[in-house]
Design a protein around this ligand. Structure first.
Ligand SMILES: [Zn+2]
Length: 487
């Protein structure tokens, strides 16, 4: 046979050089944490550590272009032959696009493949990564933002450029949780939340036009004007479950301190009165939840008006609230702000599988609204939550014959019934557990659950185990009745 000379493939040329950065150094996250919690960086030394360098390119089709370098330690008990990254903008609910590559793992170019409707990038490893070992991954990415609402998506404001606001939820390739099910890679529904991630560290250098004000997870380390009219913001966000960023020329903030954290309430033109209202809801509920669920460790919490069709959306250190609430007709303004503040515990500090068991954070957050009004002694709002939100919607579903168990994945719900079950029936389960256990044991169990799984990931059985640590009363019947349904 004739010897075939295989041409040496030319490695792809990265558009931006590989960033030089020491991802074993977590010292800069002290800037993101209250002094008393600066040591928390050492509680999760093996959390994924991202360095993200990106630029927003405005225009008729706005894009974010960048590079990220990630130190990923295998925290599982089995070797991993690949590492996955979620490309959230490719999910149907996001209505955008994300492209990633080339990819370098430990100084070698690798050939990644797309799976799960292009929402998951499989990055193969040259050799399986043993438990405890670290991989060093660099990848280049381009995320394209929608500027109008695509039919069949979640609506405006989850991700895109709408009403003068850039909403960059999930713009960078993100490593999902690896657990008993393996990698969590499902194509999420167009309603409900799509992310399930480990707590992580994010150092970010984000460049955008100088006129834009950013609102982001974590703390700003530096704001550096460039000669071309852009500004580069350096930020540190960690330990946090994601890095989120929004930007607009129109954002202005008012602020207030709560227990060593600065709460900033960002508004768009005409929204200053609404921002004052949002600030009062956020500061009072932050104080309540620190009492009930343990300390908020970060120096900042941003509440930001967003032209979204949802009532609100939670991110680590940032909550988006529908801009429509900032006008004269506040509607569910208070409930939305308090609910999203509760997510700083149930979603960020204690993570859960949002696509597979959405009730674990959502039911807790909506019940937390009830707990807040109880704590601040506002009986009208407390009773409105119990009667008009929880019982009214649950009974409406029963009368329509669409009652079903609270548990299970978002994709298993009829979108029209999802709110009834997860936001109304779920809180009634928690209330039933509380009545069975008594207040003292119930509140001790919630604080225990928050402390045990702080910076970790929890599953429904972990919440039930926390309740059982504080009571000898049987709870299985309630769990079956409300959450799983009869076997
Ligand atoms: Zn929620």
């Amino acid at each position: 046979p004739t010897a075939t000379l295989t041409p040496t493939p030319t490695p792809p040329q990265p558009p931006i050089p590989t960033p030089e950065v020491d991802l074993t150094d977590r010292s800069l996250y002290a800037a993101n944490l209250k002094p008393a919690f600066a040591g928390d960086v050492d509680l999760v030394p093996h959390a994924p550590h991202y360095f993200i360098q990106a630029e927003l390119l405005p225009g008729p089709t706005p894009q974010v272009r960048g590079v990220e370098r990630v130190r990923y330690v295998n925290q599982e008990t089995t070797p991993l032959d690949a590492i996955y990254f979620r490309l959230y903008p490719n999910l149907p609910g996001y209505g955008g696009a994300s492209q990633a590559g080339p990819v370098i793992v430990d100084n070698r170019f690798v050939s990644p493949t797309l799976e799960y409707a292009d929402s998951a990038l499989r990055v193969p490893l040259a050799a399986p990564l043993p438990p405890g070992a670290a991989a060093d991954i660099t990848l280049w990415f381009t995320a394209t933002l929608p500027t109008s609402v695509t039919p069949g998506t979640a609506g405006s404001g989850l991700y895109g450029f709408f009403g003068g606001v850039y909403d960059l939820a999930g713009f960078y390739p993100t490593i999902p949780v690896y657990d008993d099910e393996g990698w969590n890679l499902e194509v999420a529904a167009t309603f409900g939340d799509a992310t399930f991630t480990d707590i992580a560290f994010h150092q970010v250098e984000f460049t955008l036009p100088g006129a834009l004000q950013i609102v982001a997870s974590g703390s700003v380390l530096e704001e550096r004007p460039n000669s071309d009219g852009t500004t580069t913001w350096r930020l540190a966000a960690g330990p946090m479950r994601a890095f989120y960023l929004a930007a607009s020329e129109h954002y202005r903030a008012i602020s207030q301190e709560v227990n060593g954290a600065t709460v900033n309430s960002w508004h768009l033109p005409g929204g200053e009165e609404g921002a004052r209202t949002a600030l009062s809801y956020a500061t009072s509920s932050l104080a309540t939840f620190e009492q009930l669920f343990g300390p908020y460790p970060y120096r900042e919490l941003d509440v930001v008006a967003m032209p979204t069709t949802a009532f609100g959306m939670e991110y680590p250190g940032v909550i988006d609230i529908a801009q429509s609430f900032y006008g004269p007709n506040g509607g569910a303004f208070a409930i939305s702000v308090v609910h999203e503040v509760a997510h700083q515990w149930w979603y960020n500090l204690v993570g859960n599988d949002q696509p597979d068991e959405p009730w674990l954070d959502e039911s807790l957050c909506n019940y937390a609204v009830y707990l807040h009004y109880e704590a601040v002694d506002w009986p009208e709002m407390r009773d409105a939550m119990m009667n008009n939100i929880f019982w009214y919607r649950y009974n409406a579903a029963r009368n329509l014959g669409i009652d079903r168990p609270v548990g299970g994945p978002v994709t298993g719900f009829d979108p029209a019934n999802y709110i009834n079950m997860v936001y109304s029936k779920g809180p009634l389960f928690l209330h039933a557990v509380r009545e069975r256990m008594g207040d003292e044991a119930f509140f001790a169990a919630l604080a225990d659950y928050a402390a045990t799984h702080r910076y970790g990931v929890a599953y429904p059985e972990d919440l039930m185990a926390a309740f059982r640590r504080h009571t000898t009363a049987p709870l299985d019947d309630l769990y079956t009745q409300w959450i799983t349904g009869p076997p």
